[in-house]
Design a protein around this ligand. Sequence first.
Ligand code: MEV
Length: 296
Amino acid sequence: MNIKASAPGKLLLFGEHAVVYGYPCIVTTVSPRVYVEVEKNSGPLKIEAPQVKDTIFVEEAIKHFCEKYKVDNKILIKTFSNFSSKFGLGSSSAVTVATIKALSKFYGIETSKKEIFDLGYKVIRTIQKVGSGFDIASAIYGKTIYYVSGGQIIETLSVKDLSLVIGYSGIKADTASIVKNLEFRIHNSESEYKKIFSKIGKIVEEAKISLVNSDWKKTGELMNQNHKLLQELGVSTEKLDNMCFSAVSAGAYGAKLSGAGGGDCMIALTPKNKIKNVESAIINAGGEIINAKINV
Ligand code: MEV
């Protein structure tokens, strides 16, 4: 018997980095997904994962699952993805969650969302050593969520008609090393960084309200402010800054980098009638447009 499960990618709307230090963030899902298939294998565990980066997440997820639920691992696992892991859209967390969901189905073990979260978060922490787990929660709960590190709060927000343009900077960022580098810098001037995190935390609280109220002008302003604070944290790049600046000049309500920074993607909250202009502006600034549905 062949069992399938899948999980979506994600985009951070507000609160990256500060979420690692106990502040909330807001994350939404994107339409590209990772799919995992499990079938019985007569021999030992076999993994066919074309996305090399994902294999370790699949291996760890299987190991943790089999240990926790005391099942064998004589299985063949195949993974498929309709997005590249280079974009920073959460393919590692999606493949982790999809693997756990597929194994639960395959072994007929009922797992709650919270149980999947705890297991998935363990996998991510084992491999990356750092991380708030927001991406795992997003892949499990879907839609747009307000999240506090370690899954202390996971609250679904009713957000409608979120119109985002996603621009890829062309540079693959390494989240774990950016987070560790920031941690190192924080040791030298803790109070300064704490002030920035606290400001980001306030922006997230305001955005939680403006998003639910579909107040796009306010949400855009908050995105610009959040991006400025990420610049102050030293995680943005000239390319991301240019892409954000160009998007706002072309009519976006606001724009910011999304994720750890250092590359990967930026997002621009854009009125529907300005989407073409904003996309062209991002391309002219050297970015690549990623076509994906949001908040799915
Ligand atoms: C990376 O996409 C977001 C960070 O906040 C790290 C994390 O929360 O795990 C930088």
